[in-house]
Design a protein around this ligand. Structure first.
Ligand code: NOJ
Ligand code: CA
Length: 599
């Protein structure tokens, strides 16, 4: 990996960095971005461990109850010790915070709540000193209604920015009536996706909240504006971008209704907001997205210096229907798109089912044309792992199961702050406490996403070390912080945090774990998921994971699947686990995990 550090390399790298730009490019290399040899810099993302931070909730440094960039910088040694290669920050740009940053009003600055551009540069520098890259969120589907482009756009029908957004007449509109919305397209956040704007007497389209107006990606000026924004951040030394809501960039030009889903009696199925559920095919997955991503990837590739600071990774929020659709998100060798489109096929299964896990891992191994999967089980939009996979009794053990699948499979791994200590989903209990627009609109059926965005639990003090005692944090600190916190888990060798660190260490130091192929073992077993990591010239490694609350014994016969020998050297096992004498009798405690090298 990229571990070399010397003044000479830095100087060469600065020159190469500048040379890698197209003529006229004004590359100002970040002083402390990660350094690397060429090959390692190019491939760092292929087995990267990426940590998602929701900046509002990670660490408050100035006592206003809101997490900020300087807070993240203060915690950089913790992240280094955890072993992360990159941090994905959800949006920190200026924003009215209607959707907590996903409504951006200025793409080239930092929201004062989170700090300044100087704070951002310091964050990149401090991360870089520890070989950690910063990945920014890139929201191209929509802007805030307070963005200057939209303010211009809504000011008159002839404004030059009018066609940067999607304006339509109402159905049956007259001089005195706005008519009905142009069609039945629905917002992800509830109700019609069309908002009437009295000033110019037309509707604008918003796939998400009404303060998040959709951009018109048929307008070349929008493309140019984003290429410019991307250059701005890459020049500041960011290690990559995560493209938000990418499947919704385009809409069907016919403007016709979506199909409504019907129940067995032929009645519309109502969604959490009481509206007919639609299939979304007129507003999602339209093919034009591929050309846009090819364009953005090509732009980003021009910033890839031969060495320092290496490949700028292109990550995608790609909730797609199946593995074939995911494979398309990588693009082709001639026209690449994402390096790492998120594989939500596996991680969002939301059920601990061995056969389904095995099938999805196999899909990723065989269905992505040799591309690298990015596994992810958790993020700021979904209830945390306890709610989706836990049984209420063995939650920590179940998280060992999930994290083993995440880190012990071939590919890059993305996880969410607080997973490593087993933070629990803590949804609001009263409507008046809800902050997320989804919960405000959907209460009580849809409580929104506050429950998975509560402050990071650093210690057992009041406010858990997130913000000083006596300050009101923007979301309440869960009572579980008394026992579930970093400080307590750092002191306990059997903690979940210790497990995460050990697994990540293995991913980085064991050659088969780094990029060995995944080969499924014992493929009919419905209680234990077992696989082997295999790489030429390195010892094979077997992984066995008990998906049940009962003890299990597995026999990974040396004959099957090319397993070369029967003796095992333990690399890692869950607390209380046994060291098996051979691959033929691996004993696993309830939800137990065993990882051993074949000798
Ligand atoms: C996906 C983001 O992850 C989510 O938090 C946000 O609300 C929507 N995109 C809209 O930007
Ligand atoms: Ca703060």
């Amino acid at each position: 990996m990229h571990r070399t550090k010397s003044i000479t390399i830095c100087a060469i790298a600065l020159i190469l960095g500048a040379m890698a730009l197209p003529a006229g490019g004004q590359y100002t290399p970040a002083k402390h971005a990660p350094q690397a040899t060429t090959a390692a810099a190019r491939d760092w993302w292929k087995n990267a461990v990426i940590y998602e931070i929701y900046p509002r909730s990670f660490q408050d440094s100035n006592g206003d109850g809101i997490g900020d960039l300087n807070g993240i910088t203060q915690r950089m040694d913790y992240l280094k010790e955890l072993g992360v290669d990159a941090i994905w920050l959800t949006p920190v740009y200026p924003s009215p915070q209607a959707d907590f940053g996903y409504d951006i009003s200025d793409y080239k600055n930092i929201d004062p709540q989170y700090g300044t551009l100087a704070d951002f540069d310091r964050l990149v520098a401090e991360a870089g000193k520890r070989h950690i890259r910063i990945v920014m969120d890139m929201v191209m589907n929509h802007t805030s209604d307070q963005h200057k482009w939209f303010i211009e756009s809504r000011s008159s029908r002839t404004n030059p920015y009018r066609d940067w957004y999607m304006w339509r007449d109402g159905k049956g509109e007259t001089a005195t009536s706005k008519g009905a919305p142009p069609n039945n397209w629905q917002s992800e956040f509830g109700h019609s996706a069309w908002q009437w704007d009295e000033k110019t007497r037309q509707y604008y389209y918003h796939k998400f909240y009404l303060q998040q107006a959709d951009l018109n990606w048929n307008n070349p000026k929008v493309h140019q504006a984003f290429k410019d924004i991307i250059g701005f951040w890459l020049q500041r030394g960011v290690g990559g971008l995560r493209f938000d809501a990418i499947t919704t960039l385009f809409e069907d030009p016919s403007d016709t209704d979506e199909n409504v889903l019907l129940d067995k009696s032929g009645n519309p199925i109502l969604d959490a907001f009481g509206e007919p559920t639609v299939d979304g095919l007129k507003t999602e997955f339209l093919p034009g997205v591929h050309a846009v991503m090819q364009e953005m990837r090509a732009t980003m590739d021009t910033f890839n210096a031969a060495s320092f600071p290496g490949t700028r990774v292109v990550i995608g929020e790609t909730y797609v229907a199946n593995i074939a659709a995911l494979a398309e998100e990588y693009g082709s060798a001639q026209r690449p798109e994402f390096h790492l489109p998120m594989d939500t096929q596996l991680g969002m299964l939301d059920t601990l089912n061995v056969a389904q896990f095995r099938a999805r891992l196999l899909d990723a191994e065989t269905g992505l044309n040799g591309n690298t999967p990015l596994f992810v089980f958790d993020n700021h939009d979904r209830p945390r792992l306890d709610m989706r996979y836990g049984d209420g009794v063995h939650n920590s053990d179940i998280q060992r199961v999930i994290s083993t699948v995440l880190f012990a499979s071939r590919g890059a791994a993305l996880f969410y702050y607080g997973d490593e200590i087993g933070m629990k989903t803590t949804p609001p209990t009263r409507k008046e406490d809800v902050k997320d627009p989804v919960g405000v609109t959907g209460w009580p059926k849809e409580k929104g996403r506050d429950g998975e965005r509560t402050p990071m639990q650093w210690n057992a003090s009041a406010n858990a070390g997130f913000t000083p005692a006596g300050v009101k944090p923007w979301l309440p600190v869960p009572p579980t912080s008394a026992t579930v916190n970093v400080q307590a888990e750092e002191a306990d060798p059997n903690s979940l945090l210790a497990w995460y660190k050990a697994l990540i260490h293995l991913k980085k130091t064991n050659p088969a774990f780094a990029d060995g192929t995944d080969i499924m073992l014992d493929p009919e077993n419905t209680k234990v998921l077992s696989w082997m990591r295999q790489r030429d010239g390195a010892p094979q490694v077997v992984v066995a994971v008990n998906f049940t609350a009962d003890p299990q014994t597995v026999n990974l016969s040396a004959r099957e699947a090319g397993l070369k020998a029967a003796h095992l050297k333990t690399l890692l096992k869950s607390p209380g686990g046994a060291d098996p004498a051979s691959t033929e009798a691996i004993e696993l405690a309830p939800f137990g995990v065993y990882i051993g090298e074949v000798q």
